[in-house]
Ligand binder design. Structure first.
Ligand code: NDP
Length: 495
């Protein structure tokens, strides 16, 4: 097999001189600064985008405020209809969007198709369904009545206003859709700031949103570096930030939001997630589980597991079997449909993985397989299996955000729970066992926002998702997002 040819419309899109998406169309930046977009599989510059200036930010915020006036007054059913049309358009342009995403992120093409387009469309349809179901309560107050007067009260759920959606590079389209779906379903307008590494797909999606009938200003896209995100949060014309990214940046975002004007902040951050295999698990199934939990999209998934706990008696057999399986993975061009393992998304990230490998060697961890950066213009690293020496080893504690499974043995389930919870983070965890009774007794003792049993990583729009401890604040999906994107107004009436 070889790389699929790019569609002519993808070639043409990449060649464009990309401008900012403000007020329903493209607007040139007031700055002449641009950012290169690099294909991480080849190291070649494939496109350039504008680096928004403060004047551009002011213009986008003014537009988003006008967009909010229109969109928040649009009937919920009409809002749902636009989101449903956008979901249809995503699917109609499936291959085009998937190819753009693969070119900018190095994600293998099947994952771009399945997650960045198909899953994104189903998330959007889920949010569309909520637009008509957001409601308050009626309440009977217990205030005293002196002359026969009575009271009633009700609550309104009102959109917070202009949302700033800050998106990381790992799922540039799907995570942007989570944010714009939540914002637009609740009647907010949104300005998306994509990662500087992966700014292209969301620009094309913004065009499709206008085709779907979204009014000008309800969705703006400002490309640029991290400082564009910071300036948006601190802008007096924005009302909420929904951030997905790393823990250090999330803390900076939370501080900026509080310092600016108590801007509402939802923070979906990273972690150091555990997958624990109980003794009854068949080893072949367990190895499949490790690959699902740790190696999808080269491990660049916030919910992926990076710490693997296995009973001491099974550690050697399991890590050897896993190494054999990883050796069969086809590493190659993400545009080749036969490729199972693609590059990391950028050179900085590849260099960071190189440092983690060096650290593992310095700490005398056992490198069962992998542990090297692959030379060449692309951002490849080897799929890696490590056995840590001590629970304090760096690779058991710091997020690598790469294809690195670090193992540690346990002796009994009480110790296992302590090991799993021995981290400042708590985004996700998984338990693998045939003994569901045991699993259900352990689940409440695991400190994580999501606990999977016999599965890992897969998200569903109906199931709330977010972190505990240092992995974030707030929840996406389910009906939990509504609290974050609306303000609750109480109305009391005497009659
Ligand atoms: P970063 O935290 O580096 O960046 C995330 C976004 O924030 C980017 O758009 C970035 O822009 C922007 N940014 C950077 N500095 C600031 C600032 N001071 N103020 C506002 N915005 C800023 O994360 P990565 O892009 O490297 O993504 C990987 C991380 O994301 C991992 O830690 C992963 O765990 C986490 N993640 C969490 C998820 C969750 O749901 N919990 C899901 C997916 C990823 P730029 O890139 O242009 O610098």
């Amino acid at each position: 097999m070889s790389a699929i040819p790019l569609l002519p419309q993808v070639e043409a899109f990449l060649k464009r001189s990309h401008q900012l998406f403000i007020d329903g169309g493209y607007v040139p930046s007031t700055s002449s600064q641009t950012l290169d977009v690099i294909d991480p599989a080849t190291g070649v510059v494939i496109s350039r985008v504008a680096d928004a200036s403060q004047a551009d930010i002011d213009q986008a915020v003014a537009s988003a405020n006008r967009g909010f006036q229109v969109w928040s007054q649009t009937a919920p059913a009409a809002r749902a209809s636009v989101l449903l049309k956008l979901a249809d358009l995503l699917e109609r342009h499936r291959e085009e969007l998937a190819q753009i995403e693969t070119c900018q992120s190095g994600k293998i093409i099947q994952i771009s198709r399945m997650f960045e387009v198909d899953m994104a469309a189903s998330f959007l349809r889920y949010y569309a369904g909520w637009a008509t179901k957001i409601s308050g309560q009626t309440i009977t107050p217990s205030l005293p009545s002196f002359a026969g007067e009575r009271y009633t009260a009700f609550t309104l759920r009102e959109p917070v206003g202009v949302v700033v959606g800050i998106v990381p590079w790992n799922f540039a389209s799907m995570i942007a859709i989570w944010k714009l779906g939540s914002a637009l379903a609740t009647g907010c307008s949104i300005i998306i700031k994509p990662s500087e590494f992966t700014p292209l797909t969301i620009l094309r999606i913004a065009e499709l949103a206008v085709e779907a009938g979204l009014p000008a200003g309800a969705l703006n896209v400002l490309t640029g570096g991290g400082m564009v995100g910071k300036a948006l949060i601190e802008h007096p014309g924005t009302d909420k930030v929904s951030f997905t990214g790393s823990v250090p940046t999330g803390i900076a975002v939370g501080k900026s939001a509080m310092d600016a004007k108590l801007t509402r902040a939802t923070l979906e951050l990273g972690g150091k997630n555990s997958a624990a295999f109980l003794r009854d698990m068949d080893l072949d199934k367990a190895v499949n589980g490790v690959i699902e939990a740790g190696f999808l999209h080269s491990g660049q998934i916030c919910a992926a597991a990076e710490r693997f706990f296995v009973h001491r008696s099974q550690l050697e057999a399991m890590t050897e079997k896993l190494a054999e399986r990883l050796a069969t993975l086809k590493i190659g061009s993400p545009l080749d449909e036969a490729t199972q393992f693609g590059p990391l998304t950028n050179k900085q990230h590849q260099a960071k993985l190189g440092q983690f490998f060096a650290q593992a060697r310095a700490e005398n961890s056992t490198i069962v397989c992998g542990g090297k950066v692959i030379d060449g213009p692309g951002c490849y690293v080897e799929p890696t299996v490590i056995i840590a020496n001590s629970i304090n080893d760096t690779l058991l504690n710091e997020e690598t955000f790469g294809p690195v499974a670090t193992f540690f043995p346990y002796d009994d389930e009480e110790q296992l729970l302590q090991l799993m919870n021995n981290t400042p983070y708590g985004l996700s965890a998984s338990l693998w066992t045939n003994d569901l009774s045991k699993a259900l007794r352990m689940v409440p003792q695991i400190e994580a926002g999501t606990v999977w049993v016999n599965m890992h990583t897969l998200l569903d729009p109906a199931v709330p998702f977010g972190g505990v401890k240092a992995s974030g604040v707030g929840r996406e999906f389910g009906d939990a997002f509504i609290d974050d994107y609306t303000e609750l107004k109480s109305v009391m009436i005497r009659y």
